[in-house]
Design a protein around this ligand. Structure first.
Ligand SMILES: NC(=O)C1=CN([C@@H]2O[C@H](COP(=O)(O)OP(=O)(O)OC[C@H]3O[C@@H](n4cnc5c(N)ncnc54)[C@H](O)[C@@H]3O)[C@@H](O)[C@H]2O)C=CC1
Ligand SMILES: CC(=O)C(=O)O
Length: 376
């Protein structure tokens, strides 16, 4: 199969979809890989590294997009929609519930779009996990940074010092992002509260962290109380594929003390804070609402691309190999974990939560494959 890797164009997105080692694995399996020139620079990989691994370097995005399968990191931006065409396999993060225009373009053009974030194995999301680990760890770092007076915050050091109160951090959502955010916050010495909707997950968190964490069931009154009392709140909730629920209201934010910080990691699925009304960028990562600093960058791992690219490709390449070796239909039927990754196929939305949130008729992957078969 011909596999294309365009350079990422989102603001400060320095990750790349394949490392030279990933290229090598695909080339060894008999595939041709076309990498856009300088695509790996931000992650510390030169064109020569890719050539050495067996890739062909192409000079334009159009040449990379001309491949049968395109691998990316972030969802395509509108200027990339012109490359969409029937038969194209797109393998990348998509977050379609928060991207109605992208869903429209993918279905209108008949692209087979496989989302990293909805591939599911034994109740985990293996292609989301490493980036959630990065974003979770970064969320505490970002929070600590923007709590500094010099960065618009209230001037609280999360660690405190002997004789002075430590900072208070609330993490809403105790999955991968939440656990990593909490670990970092505890490491800094902050007082940490974790809120989740799953009683089982709260038990696990209690077992993992013991008395270093206060666990709370997710409900409006616990959230309101914890948010009002926090210096930093991290939004880390996920309902796979679906738009994130708005758990922190405008009023709750008004009750925080001025200069507090919220980091909405779940912004890629629409975010959990009512006061987060737009995605921010690494160039301009925060804005202020009701005196509270809001951080809502949707590609946080893009700021630490070396770590993130290697972590991401560790988990994507085995799936890319299956798709390239067998084609989508056989790869999906041989490996049921891949099937929920398919978000659009043959003009239909094939992931139920996305279809529901965006108002499409849901069509199963099997039905869409059948339809595609009849079209050919
Ligand atoms: N902004 C960025 O750069 C990045 C964002 N993310 C996003 O972070 C979000 C979280 O991802 P993960 O931690 O991997 O998901 P996860 O599935 O590991 O954890 C989600 C947690 O949310 C909990 N939850 C669900 N509904 C809840 C509610 N009403 N109240 C409280 N908790 C609730 C679940 O029980 C689960 O423990 C996702 O939207 C993911 O896409 C991930 C990586 C980078
Ligand atoms: C998960 C995701 O969208 C990211 O790592 O940018």
């Amino acid at each position: 199969m011909m596999i294309g890797v365009p350079k990422e164009i989102k603001n400060n997105e320095n990750r790349v979809a394949l490392t030279p080692a990933g290229v090598d694995a695909l080339v060894q399996a008999g595939h041709n890989v076309y990498v856009e020139t300088t695509a790996g620079f931000g992650s510390g990989f030169s064109d020569e590294d890719y050539i050495h691994a067996g890739a062909k370097i192409v000079n334009t995005p159009a040449e990379a997009w001309a491949s049968e399968m395109v691998m990316k990191v972030k969802e395509p931006l509108s200027e990339e929609y012109d490359y969409f065409r029937e038969g194209l396999i797109l393998f990348t993060y998509l977050h379609l519930a928060a991207e109605p225009e992208l869903a429209k373009a993918l279905t209108e053009k008949g692209v087979t779009a496989i989302a990293y974030e909805t591939i599911e194995s034994n109740g985990t999301l293996p292609l989301l996990t490493p980036m959630s680990e990065v974003a979770g760890r970064m969320s505490t770092q970002m929070g600590a940074q923007f709590l500094q007076k010099t960065n618009g915050g209230k001037g609280v050091l999360l660690a405190g010092i002997p004789g002075v109160q430590r900072g208070k951090v609330t993490v809403i959502g105790g999955g991968v992002v939440g656990t990593n955010a909490a670990k970092m916050a505890m490491g800094l010495g902050a007082q940490v509260t974790m809120i989740d909707l799953s009683a089982q997950r709260l038990r696990e968190l209690d077992d993992i962290f013991g008395d270093r964490v206060q666990t709370l069931m997710s409900n409006p009154s616990n959230i309101a109380e914890a948010v009002a009392d926090s210096d930093l709140v991290v939004g880390a909730v996920l309902i796979p594929g679906a738009k994130a629920p708005k758990l922190v209201t405008d009023e709750m934010i008004q009750n925080m003390s001025p200069g507090s910080v919220v980091v909405d990691v779940a912004i890629d699925q629409g975010g959990i804070f009512e006061t987060v009304d737009h995605i921010t960028t690494h160039d301009n990562p925060t804005y202020e609402r009701h005196g509270v600093v809001h951080y809502a960058v949707a590609n946080m791992p893009g700021a630490v691309p070396r770590t993130s690219t290697i972590g991401l490709t560790n988990v994507t390449v085995p799936y890319a190999l299956q798709i390239a070796n067998k084609g989508v239909k056989k790869a999906v039927s041989d490996n049921p974990t891949l099937q929920p990754g398919v978000n659009t196929l043959a003009g239909a939305v094939t992931y139920e939560a996305v279809a529901k949130d965006l108002g499409y008729d849901y069509v199963s992957v099997d039905e869409a494959l059948e339809k595609e078969h009849h079209l050919v």
